[in-house]
Design a protein around this ligand. Structure first.
Ligand code: C2E
Ligand code: MG
Ligand code: MG
Ligand code: MG
Length: 275
């Protein structure tokens, strides 16, 4: 009797794993075709200067409209793209698409803005990463100051020659920010030496900002440390007026979040946010 039950449980457990496994294989195969089939597209979330309330830039975020499964979150498919190495060609497509879009806006006469692009560790590990950024800047004729590269803290452990790569990026003229700051592995000693322009305080700090004293201490500390190192501070995931006023009162420079706007299509960026 007991044996049967164990057997039954085992089978259930097994088929769950199997399902997940086949789902992953399926996504992997579909993802390979996604660029070619035009299923990937970028949306953009505006970022505002917290003291002047002016638009300073936008962050580009990828979306996948799967032909049968509908919208799939990057939280689900970016890790698959990273594991399989697909993120490398996909990352090139992202950079090109975003730079072309930004250049088109400028050519149409809108005030120039900076567009931030998320770059995976896996992309930065490629020997030709910096060259591929340079190439895209040249081919799209976007001025480099209007492109920002977002990387995470975890690059510090995983990318060899990081300092050289970042210096080379600075030489091209693009800006670099550290995304999800405070959640990964970073050494303050290393970060203070890296040629970066800004850090983005992770949403997990912003979430408890009004009710949790500890989060306030952490946020203030990150802002002060960043300013002392000459970094500009961006807060992500601002959802309430209270969070906004806390950040403003504590001299955070730039903010983005649902309070201002969710990520929107390129067309909506043009309609609602560009001047
Ligand atoms: P991230 O770069 O930290 O992006 C912020 C995420 O928070 C985005 O989720 C954004 O839509 C969401 N968000 C922004 N404001 C708010 C808010 O006020 N409340 C809440 N609840 N969420 C907010 P998304 O677009 O699903 O992207 C998730 C992650 O996937 C990104 O985190 C980034 O790590 C990765 N990702 C997205 N696009 C790309 C891409 O083009 N390339 C790479 N390599 N990774 C990407
Ligand atoms: Mg980001
Ligand atoms: Mg982030
Ligand atoms: Mg985040």
């Amino acid at each position: 009797e007991a044996k049967k039950r164990v057997g039954g449980n085992y089978k259930f457990y097994n088929s769950e794993i199997e399902k997940r496994y086949y789902n992953k294989i399926e996504l992997e195969n579909d993802l390979k075709k996604a660029i070619r089939n035009d299923e990937l597209f970028m949306i953009y979330q505006p970022q505002f200067d917290l003291s002047t309330e002016k638009l300073t830039g936008i962050e580009a975020l990828i979306r996948w409209e799967h032909p049968r499964k509908g919208m799939i979150s990057p939280v689900e498919f970016i890790p698959i793209a990273e594991e399989t190495g697909l993120i490398v060609p996909m990352g090139k497509w992202i950079l090109r698409t975003v730079c072309e879009q930004n250049k088109r806006w400028q050519d149409a006469g809108f005030d120039p803005i900076r567009v931030a692009v998320n770059v995976s560790i896996r992309q930065l590990q490629e020997d030709d990463f910096v060259d591929s950024v340079k190439e895209v800047i040249e081919e799209t004729s976007l001025e480099p100051e209007f492109l920002e590269i977002e990387i995470t803290e975890n690059i510090m452990r995983n990318v060899s020659d990081l300092n050289h790569k970042l210096i080379a990026l600075k030489e091209i003229g693009v800006t670099v920010s550290i995304d999800d700051f405070g959640t990964g592995y970073s050494s303050l000693n290393i970060i203070s030496d890296l040629p970066i322009d800004s850090i983005k305080i992770d949403k997990s700090f912003i979430d408890g900002l009004v009710t949790k004293a500890k989060k306030q201490v952490l946020a203030k500390t990150i802002i002060n440390m960043g300013h002392n190192l000459n970094f500009s501070i961006i807060a992500e995931g601002i959802e309430t007026r209270e969070q906004l006023s806390f950040l403003r009162n504590n001299s955070c420079n730039i903010g983005q979040g649902y309070l201002f706007s969710k990520p929107v299509s390129a067309k909506e960026v043009e309609e609602y946010f560009l001047n």
